[in-house]
Design a protein around this ligand. Structure first.
Ligand code: MP5
Length: 510
């Protein structure tokens, strides 16, 4: 999907819960691209507004033009506009740049009671901006102020649903294509009536009016102090949904649910009315794309088992050439048998893969292992072990048995990626061991009968296989959830311990 660009024209809330700070969080959480034109700075926190520093209107215009003339824009969202002059600038910009969709949150007074738009500017808002607005999102106090300013008669104290609908309709007459009248300031009773009693509050009713239709959206009234910036967040969520191509009803319904969950899942921040949780459905992975394996190896719970696997005494003795030959021979035979099981596991991975590309990759690995097995037999010959002897040997029924059963069990009970991760410690482990020993000046080269083993696993052939396998895992890792990544890490740890166990078996088994 093309990048969806949202230009926010609003004030900054230094405490990050409302204003363009909230807008940008919402936009990021929706996967859209946010640009800003800052109308004012506020010194603000969850308890109140301490000061307002207005941006000169000409500068607001400069920011808008700079963004749209270069990046372009899909939806403009406005919040605190601070002055009549800035409202004129915004209205002029919407016309000049032929902005197709605009979401206007008529911010006038903050929840904490600070005046964010002078009363005198409300007239300008009605006259200049509302006729250009795609959707206006007033709360009830804002709606009343708009109607009073426009000189429209309405029922000041709505008592039931119809009264609220009438207000929404009256606002729509002022020019916006759609009006979303937010009912958070007037929770209704179970019977959809107004009540002065706190205990009767049960339902929040939002009314969407436009396109000749009225849509009533109800949600449960939530008792919470964390509502700072809900209006800003709702309008931004609508802007994102519209930019994504949704129709108005769907955009508003989804945005309502987004904010509702944000209120429910908010954490107390600050001493006053805290912000909603903007990222309740955004789970970021602990690694950048392509960095899954590196992340795994750096994890606290992986480092120790990984070291036990890759720096095992068996490996160190190979490097020094001091590993008893009988132990190595036993290992060679067991490794041959292991490779057969490793092929089976890869064949199972081919079966579990969803695309032909991934099936082919696993099949290629099986073919690769077949070649490796031939080389392995030749290698065995050098140590005086012939094919018959290798095949006469039974698998040891100890750790080794447990090790390949574990991989195959993961393969059967879990998904394709889990199986790939279970195979990973063997695949990349051998490559990393060999590379380290190959580059270590302390490794004995002259006369070391195990030097060839090291060379085998730094050779292009094997390196290619590890790159192939790693890329495959990386490609799929970025599509997982954070909690799944944790589960995969546990599988990796277990499989790594099995690899270390394989070396243990080598040392003990001969
Ligand atoms: C910069 C800025 N913009 C908007 C609001 C309204 O948010 P709320 O109604 O939650 O106080 C605000 N407090 N500050």
């Amino acid at each position: 999907m093309a990048t969806r660009r949202i230009l926010v024209i609003a004030g900054s809330d230094s405490s990050g819960g409302a204003g363009l700070e909230a807008d940008q969080k919402v936009i990021a959480a929706h996967g859209c691209y946010a640009m800003t034109s800052t109308t004012a700075l506020t010194a603000q926190n969850t308890q109140g507004v301490r000061g307002i520093h207005e941006t000169p209107s000409e500068f607001v215009k400069k920011q808008i033009d700079a963004c749209i003339e270069d990046v372009g824009v899909d939806v403009v969202k406005t919040g605190m506009l601070a002055s009549a002059a800035t409202i004129e600038v915004v209205a002029d910009a919407l016309s000049r740049h032929h902005v197709a969709v605009s979401v206007v949150d008529p911010v006038m007074v903050s929840t904490s009671g600070a005046q964010l738009l002078p009363e005198a500017a409300v007239k300008t808002l009605c006259g200049s901006l509302l006729p250009l607005t795609t959707i206006l999102t007033p709360n009830l106090p804002e709606a009343k102020l708009l109607l009073r300013t426009a000189g429209v008669a309405f029922k000041e104290e709505p008592e039931n649903v119809q009264d609220v609908i009438d207000i929404a309709k009256a606002i729509q007459q002022l020019g916006p294509t759609y009006v979303l009248l937010k009912g958070g300031h007037l929770p209704l009773t179970k019977d959809r009536l107004t009540s002065k009693k706190e205990a009767d509050r049960d339902i929040v009713l939002n009314v969407l009016c436009g396109n000749g239709k009225i849509l009533l959206m109800e949600s449960k009234y939530i008792v919470t102090k964390n509502t700072h910036g809900t209006g800003c967040s709702l309008a931004s969520a609508i802007a994102c949904n519209l930019a994504s191509g949704m129709d108005m009803e769907q955009a508003v319904k989804l945005a309502n649910r987004y904010v509702e969950a944000g209120i429910k899942l908010s954490k107390d921040i600050g001493k006053g009315s805290g912000p909603i949780n903007h990222f309740h459905s955004t789970y970021s992975l602990p690694f950048a794309p392509g960095g899954f394996i590196e992340y795994l190896l750096e994890r606290d719970d992986v480092r120790e088992p990984w070291k036990e696997h890759t720096e095992h005494v068996f490996v160190q003795q190979m490097a020094q050439g001091t590993l008893p030959l009988a132990i190595f021979k036993h290992y060679l035979i067991q490794d041959y048998l292991f490779l057969i099981h490793f092929s089976r596991a890869n064949a199972l991975a081919a079966y579990k893969a969803k695309t032909l590309e991934d099936i082919s990759r696993s099949a290629k690995t099986v073919m690769h292992i077949q070649e490796e097995l031939k080389l392995h037999l030749e290698y065995c010959k050098e140590f005086g072990i012939d094919k018959e002897e290798v095949e006469r040997n039974e698998e040891s029924q100890d750790t080794f048995d447990v090790a390949h059963r574990y991989v195959l069990d993961i393969g059967q009970s879990e998904d394709w990626l889990a199986l790939q991760v279970a195979l990973l410690p063997c695949l990349i482990g051998y490559g990393m061991i060999a590379k380290r020993l190959y580059n270590d000046p302390n490794t004995t080269r002259e006369g070391n009968i195990y030097w060839k083993w090291i060379e085998t696993y730094v050779a292009d052939d094997y390196t290619e296989a590890t790159v192939n396998g790693s890329e495959l895992v990386e490609k799929h890792a970025v599509r997982q959830s954070a909690s799944r990544i944790d589960e995969l890490a546990q599988i990796f740890i277990h499989a790594t311990k099995m690899e270390a166990g394989f070396w243990d078996m080598g040392v003990a088994g001969a």
